[in-house]
Design a protein around this ligand. Sequence first.
Ligand code: ASP
Ligand code: MG
Length: 407
Amino acid sequence: MALVVQKYGGSSVADGEKIKNVARRVVEAREKGDEVVVVASAMGDTTDELIRLARQVSPEPQERELDALLSTGEIVSSTLLAMALANLGYKAVSLSGAQAGIETDASHSRARILRIEPKRVVEELERGNIVIVAGFQGITQDMDITTLGRGGSDTTAVALAASLKAKVCQIYTDVEGVYTADPRLVPEARRLEEIAYEEMLELATYGAKVMHARAVELGEVYNMPILVASSFSDKPGTIIHGGVSMEVRNRVRGIAHDVDVAKITVVAVPDRPGIASAIFEPLAKANISVDTIVQNASINNITDLTFTVARGDLDKAMSLAKPVAKSVGARECVSDSTLAKVSIIGTGMQHTPGYAATMFRVLYEQGINIQLITTTEIRITCIIAEDRVGDAVRALHKAFELEQAGM
Ligand code: ASP
Ligand code: MG
């Protein structure tokens, strides 16, 4: 018997009826002759509501207690799913992350999985049970409950699939797969039948909300095929894997956008060794992730240093950067939080000239000013004004002919 890991997102288990729908789908998978392990997210907006409750009783809840609180959301959905399965006449057992043997480090609210000891999961499967594991959570060596960061149930699912040597990890959600662009911005956007791990990782990191980037990364490391599909239909979804065929690779695969962008510029800093390190070290210590970094060519040993952070980190980043800027003799530190990133992504862009030129021309024709540019071998990102992001994504989607099927 092969093993399948299925993960259901919060919108797929948002109420009792939806949980019953999921139970029927799990039964279908089981009836195909596979062993099934299910990972459940918290129902609907439960996690947000729990966070709100915590803030209501304390402006700064202890992170240990907050993690224990948030972990209960996934306990609710996984126990209910086990009950729904039993009601359909199937043996099912729910397990918390800790019971499933998911051991993490102690970084509360963003813990990393260190190892999985899935002994109990395997025993329950051997007893003929469908096993439901509460997503998004683990336990430290000191037996404290942790959570894996927002959207972390995807990571639970892929990690469990890898440790149980499943044949596939299926991520069920409320959209029908991975699209060439956000269908809310681009009505012509098309579902991709397949996509390579590295492309999906860039899409997820640069704004596509459909999957947690960390889960894609794990999938690539363990070469675990990941299916993204809807829990509300029987459409085929998108398969994320390593072996995308050559023809398919030879083009832009998708366009991602992200409006969670703020820019900080340290103006007129002296161009000498140690300045960048002086500015970025405190940000790193404060766990602020810095994205695009651009340092201008200097004139008379004076330069500008620009970088971007998530909007939620802007105030903190400014409060850390300002004193450093002053102490190293910069003129000032300025910020802008009305920006967005738009990225074209595809392994086919490697070693193929022309993609950047096309992207810049398309934006120019739309009268969109590019503020910053970054590239990797398979991605080109432009930072533009937030209010032009829809126009940019639509024009790029058209220019790269992403509405056309095939190739
Ligand atoms: N319930 C958690 C969240 O909303 C984890 C997840 O849904 O994957 O972030
Ligand atoms: Mg959720």
